[in-house]
Design a protein around this ligand. Structure first.
Ligand SMILES: [Mn+2]
Length: 324
């Protein structure tokens, strides 16, 4: 039996679920959690969604986003946990890992190449452009009822993980799923505006700063932008406000690897630098990011390097040069 079918059968038997995903949640992780959550609630099941970090403001328009928790009472118990869009338990954060300790059964649904196959049941499909594509197939297997809210959540996952349908992972299947969910009356125009056109003033100035920081190596094949912690202090920013910034680096002609360095303080109060990678052609940035305990996909990946921006920049660029 197909692994996804086994997962559907298992889910049918459960009654209380904990849905979790990676730290710094994005459109795919949140959209996938909310879509599957509403379908299971339609079957009368109890679903609690928990993430380490809050929903970025740009995804607040999604149905149910206000119900996503960042902590839960230790007395709560669940039959089954579903981990969506996370390659590794370490990517879930302390709060989520603590909550998972008490759940007897874990289902792992993901599309990252770097997934390390944790959990009792897994459905790992690297071909899927987004976890939302996998969730769509699962909903079909469950005979779940899709409505406009669910369709918006799935669309958001596919839209953001394909970079608005232009990344290399964009394929026929992504468009087939989108064609199906468009039947529920969602507006691609409205969703695009919600996610990409609702910049606030601080965020657009930050983009200006990031753009003017762009540098290139001497080969012209590696380019990067950066935002320092001192820039962030301009205002309290959520992660969503730098969404899509890296695409501007990728627009530079001849560039094969684009990087975005963001210096910040993590939950343990350490100074760290978050690095996002994008690549073209044959450069596998998942491999490079994995060398820094990160990962992702061949053409889009990320990692977090302990220490300030300059140290991280030096280490990461040196490593990228080996792949050019
Ligand atoms: Mn994803």
């Amino acid at each position: 039996m197909n692994a996804l079918r086994v997962i559907a059968e298992t889910i049918k038997k459960g009654s209380s679920f904990l849905f979790v995903s990676h730290i710094n949640p994005d459109g795919d992780s949140i959209g996938s959690q909310l879509a599957l959550g509403k379908v299971l609630e339609g079957f009368g099941k109890k679903v609690t969604i928990l993430n380490q970090h809050p929903v970025p403001d740009i995804y607040n328009f999604l149905y149910g986003s206000g119900k996503i928790k960042n902590e839960i009472s230790p007395s709560e118990s669940f039959d089954i946990a579903v981990v969506l869009d996370a390659s590794d338990k370490n990517r879930l954060g302390d709060v989520v890992n603590k909550a998972l300790e008490k759940v007897p059964f874990i289902i792992n649904l993901d599309h990252h190449v770097s997934n390390n196959k944790f959990g009792q049941l897994q459905y790992l499909n690297q071909q899927a452009s987004a976890t939302a594509v996998i969730v769509y197939d699962l909903i079909v297997l469950l005979n779940g009822k899709i409505d406009k809210d669910i369709a918006e959540c799935l669309y958001t996952g596919i839209l953001t993980d394909t970079g608005s349908f232009h990344y290399l992972n964009t394929d026929a299947k992504s468009h087939q799923v989108v064609a199906e969910i468009l039947k529920y009356g969602i507006s691609p125009n409205k969703i695009y505006e919600e996610i990409y056109e609702i910049f606030n003033l601080v965020s657009i100035k930050l983009l200006g700063l990031a753009l003017s920081s762009i540098e290139m190596d001497k080969t012209g094949k590696i380019a990067w932008m950066k935002i320092r912690k001192s820039d962030f202090n301009l205002s309290s920013l959520t992660n969503g406000e730098t969404e899509g910034f890296i695409n501007y680096v990728q627009m530079l002609k001849g560039v094969k690897v684009s990087l975005f360095f963001k210096e910040l303080v993590n939950d343990k109060k350490q100074l760290v630098t978050k690095v996002s990678f994008r690549s073209k052609e044959d450069v596998d940035v998942n491999k490079i990011a994995s060398g820094f305990n990160g990962g992702g996909h061949a053409h889009a990946a990320g990692c977090v390097v302990l220490g300030d921006m300059d140290t991280a920049l030096d280490k990461v660029i040196k490593e990228v040069e080996k792949y050019i």
